[in-house]
Design a protein around this ligand. Structure first.
Ligand code: FAD
Length: 450
């Protein structure tokens, strides 16, 4: 049973969290630990009773930022030890079906974990039941918000009844198409941009083998990089794999018959056909349609001391760095740290969160876009492998001085913007070394000849 805190504030706040997805459920726990009254309103049914089917990723890569947040609310160990499958690197599948591994961290073998979305979300909600100061309302859709006043109107999705609610603070964790953010957009000086990429994704499945085991080496994130598109697979607890095909919508459209689909897979992913099974491939492919991927940047994240957006509501990113949820969880950690620093004084907490966080979320948004190119194309190029070998070597020799980009994003809590700055100076150093080497070689040759 989780314990209530011991008086962080003189006045306990009445806080409404909109969205009981991954980030909203975690935020409710952080706030509950601080002793505030939390009301969590979620559009859908309780995910523990009606698990989500298709349309959202079934599993996710959990890395250090997400782990730190789970640790804060006492759930990291359970998640990692009982429901996380370690992935120590990328397993690249070549066109001819042969594979090779690229470890994430050859020096200290750090790994990321494949975790089930439904399980993680359910676990966070279940944990909130241990706090008397958390109330959960499912089937409640936010339809209207006056954020300056902290007043919200929900519709009950079953009875269509309207419910009006007031709060000291409204936290919008209602995802990429956030209704809270929509209300914020009416505020002057609110910057907003969104971008749909031309690629969509569709989920398939590699089932477990006849003995109930994994059909591929389990502790890797498998990638079939094919230049302008790719397929990836993450392991599940039941020894199946969630396979995600990322591809331009125009390519998806062309695969409009069984024959074309099989020809396409035989050409680009031949080794995956016996793993998925022809029948299942056809069934799964044609029973769904590709989902779009959107990236959202906006700021500020607050309206006075009354409202704040976090998670995808504040910064939806494309999924290629495996950081969307991790960044959302990090929002909760940073918010908690500020609440601790300013003793829950909301004007100061919300202002500092808004002023500082956007640089890092913009940075991870850009990095996520870049990583799609790396995963689907660059990983197969010699230049990528040479650079990675350099990075790994220098990292091995000077671990505190030279942390490669992927490692800093995934295995440290260095602010994302700092990870990008690091990469910039590392590029400059490497460029200078190469130029110096070339000049030295030219002079050497000149000297030897004369
Ligand atoms: C294909 C794919 C793969 C991904 N892989 C990874 C990964 O490996 N690692 C990683 O870190 N991230 C990954 N992500 C990103 C991750 O899924 C998101 O960043 C994360 O789900 C964001 O959580 P959230 O709680 O902010 O939003 P959501 O998960 O979208 O939750 C928002 C909640 O708000 C509710 N809601 C919406 N509107 C309303 C309303 N009007 N009223 C009340 N409630 C409402 C919704 O029902 C939902 O439950 C991936 C995303 C995709 C699409």
């Amino acid at each position: 049973m989780a314990s209530l805190p011991n008086g962080h504030t003189a006045k306990k706040l009445d806080i409404v969290v909109v969205g009981g997805g991954l980030v909203g459920s975690l935020e409710a726990l952080y706030l509950a630990k601080r002793g505030h009254r939390v009301r969590l309103y979620e559009y859908r049914e309780d995910i523990r009773e009606t698990p989500q089917a298709r349309g959202r990723s079934i599993n996710l890569a959990l890395s250090i930022r997400g782990r730190r947040a789970l640790k804060d609310v006492g759930l990291e160990q359970h998640m990692i030890e009982n429901h996380g499958i370690p992935m120590v690197g990328r397993m690249i599948h070549k066109l001819d079906g042969t594979t090779y591994a690229i470890p994430y961290d050859a020096r200290t073998n750090q790994c990321i974990y494949s975790v089930g979305r439904n399980y993680l979300n359910g676990m966070l909600l279940k944990e909130s039941e241990n706090y008397e100061n958390v109330e959960r309302y499912f089937n409640h859709k936010l339809i209207e918000a006056n954020l300056k006043k902290g007043s919200l109107t929900f519709t009950k999705t079953d009875t269509k009844e309207e419910v009006k609610v007031n709060a000291d603070l409204v936290i919008g964790a209602d995802g990429a198409f956030s209704a809270v953010r929509k209300a914020m957009m009416k505020q002057p000086l609110f910057d907003y941009s969104q971008k749909y990429i031309e690629h969509g994704y569709l989920e398939l499945c590699i089932p477990s083998n006849a003995n109930g085991g994994f059909q591929m080496p389990a502790n890797y994130l498998h990638i079939w990089p094919r230049g302008t598109f790719m397929m990836i697979a993450l392991p599940n607890q039941d020894c199946s794999w969630t396979v995600t095909l990322f591809m331009p919508f125009t390519n998806f459209k062309k695969l409009d018959s069984k024959e074309k689909l099989l020809q396409f897979f035989e050409k680009y992913f031949p080794d995956s056909i016996p793993l998925i099974g022809k029948k299942k491939l056809i069934e799964d492919f044609f029973s769904g349609s590709p989902s779009p991927l959107v990236s959202v940047k906006c700021r500020p994240y607050n309206v006075d001391d009354k409202a704040l957006i976090i998670g995808d509501a504040a910064h939806a990113v494309v999924p290629f760095y495996g950081q969307g949820m991790n960044a959302g969880f990090e929002d909760c950690t940073l918010l908690d740290q500020l609440m601790q620093k300013y003793k829950d004084d909301l004007p100061r907490v919300l202002e500092e969160f808004s002023d500082t966080r956007w640089k890092d979320t913009y940075a991870i948004s850009d990095l996520a876009m870049y990583n799609y190119v790396e995963m689907r194309d660059l990983v197969t190029r010699p230049s990528y492998r040479i650079r990675k070998a350099f990075d790994d070597l220098i990292f091995w020799a000077f671990p505190n001085f030279w942390v490669p980009l992927y490692n800093s994003v995934t295995f440290t809590t260095m602010p994302y913007s700092k990870c990008v700055e690091n990469r910039r100076w590392q590029n400059k150093v490497l460029f200078s070394v190469i130029v110096a080497f070339m000049i030295f070689t030219m002079f050497g040759l000149f000297y030897v000849r004369n």
